[in-house]
Ligand binder design. Structure first.
Ligand code: GCU
Length: 621
């Protein structure tokens, strides 16, 4: 007898196949170009016309049949139809070019008051001139579209993608118009769904739209599609990795890896699959660290293709309850952050926003940041490399995911693979996290253990983590989440003094019983404070309450054997629809150490003082 769950799972798998391939084969998403922004690109950032489409009229006919699955494939907004020159005026009930515009990159919620809470479909359209050259290939690349996207070029479907925070890429070489006049149309839909990743319930704003850069990358016909250049796991004197070519001439090609400053230049030969792997002595490399974030100019070339990157080299490992960076014990003085600049509402748009967030973290005394709860902008990782901050980066396997649904797992695994693909050459990336505060259970353990194993198969040089669950019995806190056995770190969120455990002055009575002999990283603690609201330390929402909470949290946590770091929640107040108290919240989660207007609260200085002491203790500075 097949169980109900089994039938559900099989149905989902069949559905997944149907929706992915449908009746019209979609161009598969090409392997993500490594360091895509570093290639020769034509930017499509700027004004895109848009049409709001809550009933998806631009996608389905009135019988709810998808236009792009019909015999002609036509009829949707993606045709970008215009009246023909004939006398009679055809019935066309849309016109992109006469519609309003949204700025790309940028979520739609923060660009128009009527879109602040909008959840549904918005169509975007951008015309561009690009005359394809012989011997070249062209890739249309979106840094991220939240959440589901259908993408069309010159009226033809390129593909469909799910996942709001990882790059989307299509080889458009054969789809470009010979005339040079092209237009791209995107159906972006941020509807929350129970089987999505994340699912319908989160504590952040569901910013929809094309939230990161869009460009077209040009490469030679045979080109460098991917590469990894890092120190071998726990071997500081060995440089290892691979270069992957694509295109008809990929096999048996020479590839040159050069790090001129280190006097390293090595020529490799690709195999029949276009791949060349290497293990090279690299004694002369100066290691990267937060105190000395040394980056090298690395050049990878083959035939007509040359890719330049700036890469740092370091090792990170655990030994018992210690974390060793380049063989030396390190304490992770961290802070959590969302991909949001509180001063300019909405998703962080570009380098200025990101550099500001990381500068605040440096001011706090951090050597480490937790980029919660989803893959952040690739630029954030490059800035962390440059500014000397280690990074915990994460997929949005958050809270109550549909653990039994195969399509949900495939989606989570695809997002994890893309996260690792984008971050694998970044010295700052020290931790891959497979999720946050997920409720223990058999299906959840299977799902997340599979993600851990996938991550290790893709990259064995980083630490694996997740924000685990704990349970309390009186003042005894126990951490024995079975997922912890699969991970390199014991990380968990605890909210003593805010959600549980009484007032700040009462929390130092808690003791922690942790099952694993691994380094302990507190992935979250904190409490809300409305900046400028002052009262005594027992008055919730005041800065003094948050200040006392941090003081007592640090006292309580310092009793934990094996404590090797923390990322308190959170650097700055952030928008969250769950937070509707009309006086203290107004749609913001106020656990920030910095307010939504950039004011540092009293608790900021408590943590800053503690981090100065820890830096003195570990780094002697
Ligand atoms: C949770 C969760 C965060 C959330 C925070 C809070 O631990 O991980 O995403 O914002 O608590 O409740 O403020």
């Amino acid at each position: 007898m097949i169980s109900r769950n089994r039938i559900k799972a099989l149905t989902a798998a069949v559905l997944l196949l149907a929706t992915t391939f449908g009746s019209r084969p979609l161009l598969a998403q090409a392997t993500l170009l490594q360091n895509a922004p570093g290639r020769k690109v034509l930017s499509l950032n700027g004004s895109w016309n848009y049409i709001i489409d809550p009933y998806e009229n631009g996608f389905y006919d009135y019988r709810r049949e998808a236009f792009d699955q019909s015999k002609t494939g036509k009829g949707g907004y993606y045709d970008n139809q215009k009246p023909s020159s004939r006398q009679e005026t055809e019935l066309i009930e849309y016109d992109f070019d006469k519609s309003a515009a949204l700025q790309v990159p940028g979520d739609w919620n923060s660009q128009d008051p009527k879109l602040l809470y909008y959840e549904g479909t918005i169509w975007y359209k951008k015309s561009f001139t690009l005359t394809p050259k012989a011997g070249k290939r062209y890739f249309l690349y979106f840094g991220a579209i939240n959440y589901e996207s259908h993408i069309y070029l010159n009226g033809k479907k390129l593909g469909k993608h799910q996942g709001g925070f990882t790059p989307i890429q299509y080889d458009i070489t054969s789809q470009l118009s010979p005339s040079g006049d092209n237009f791209v149309v995107v159906k972006a839909d941020n509807t929350r769904r129970p089987d999505a990743v994340p699912t319908i319930n989160t504590d952040w704003w569901n910013y929809g739209g094309i939230t990161r850069d869009v460009f077209i990358a040009e490469t030679p016909t045979t080109f460098i599609t991917d590469y990894k250049v890092q120190l071998a796991k726990n071997e500081p004197g060995t440089l290892t990795g691979y270069v992957q070519l694509s295109g008809e001439g990929k096999a048996g090609q020479s590839v040159t890896l050069s790090i001129a400053e280190a006097g390293l230049r090595h020529t490799l030969k690709t195999d029949a699959e276009g791949r060349a792997t290497f293990r090279l002595p690299a004694r002369k490399l100066k290691v990267w660290s937060p105190q000395s974030p040394k980056l090298y100019a690395v050049s990878v070339s083959s035939g007509a293709d040359v890719v330049q990157d700036r890469i740092g080299f370091r090792t990170i490992e655990t030994r018992g309850q210690d974390i060793l960076l380049n063989g030396k014990s390190v304490y992770l003085r961290g802070i959590s952050m969302h991909d949001e600049n509180p001063l300019i509402p909405g998703r962080a748009r570009g380098e200025g926003d990101l550099r500001m967030l990381l500068t605040w973290a440096k001011e706090l005394g951090c050597n480490y940041v937790r980029l919660a709860h989803y893959p952040h902008n690739e630029t954030m990782l490059k800035l962390a490399d440059e500014m000397g901050l280690l990074v915990w980066t994460e997929v949005p396997v958050y809270w109550t995911i549909a653990w039994e649904n195969p399509a949900t797992y495939q989606n989570a695994e695809a997002q994890l693979s893309d996260l690792i693909s984008v971050g694998k050459n970044r010295a700052s990336v020290a931790v891959w996290s497979v999720g946050n505060e997920t409720p223990p259970g058999e299906a959840r353990l299977r799902f997340m253990t599979s993600l851990v194993r996938k991550a290790r198969a893709l990259d064995d040089t980083r630490l694996l983590a997740a924000a685990l669950e704990l349970h309390r019995d009186g003042f005894k806190v126990t951490v024995d989440d079975p997922l912890g056995a699969e991970l390199d770190l014991t990380s968990f969120n605890e909210y003593m003094g805010w959600y549980v455990g009484g007032k700040p002055s009462e929390i130092t009575q808690y003791t922690f019983n942790i099952k694993y002999n691994k380094p302990v990283i507190i992935s979250e603690f904190g409490g809300d404070a409305l900046a400028g609201y002052h009262a005594d330390a027992d008055t919730r929402w005041s800065e003094e309450y948050q200040e006392a909470l941090y003081q007592n949290q640090l006292k309580m946590l310092s009793t934990i054997r094996g404590l090797r770091g923390m990322t308190p929640w959170i650097l700055a107040d952030f928008r969250a629809t769950r937070r509707q108290h009309p006086v203290y919240q107004n749609g913001f989660n106020r656990k920030g150490l910095i307010s939504s207007t950039g004011v540092k609260k009293k608790a900021f200085y408590v943590l800053q003082t503690y981090y100065r002491q820890m830096a003195q203790q570990y780094d002697g500075k």
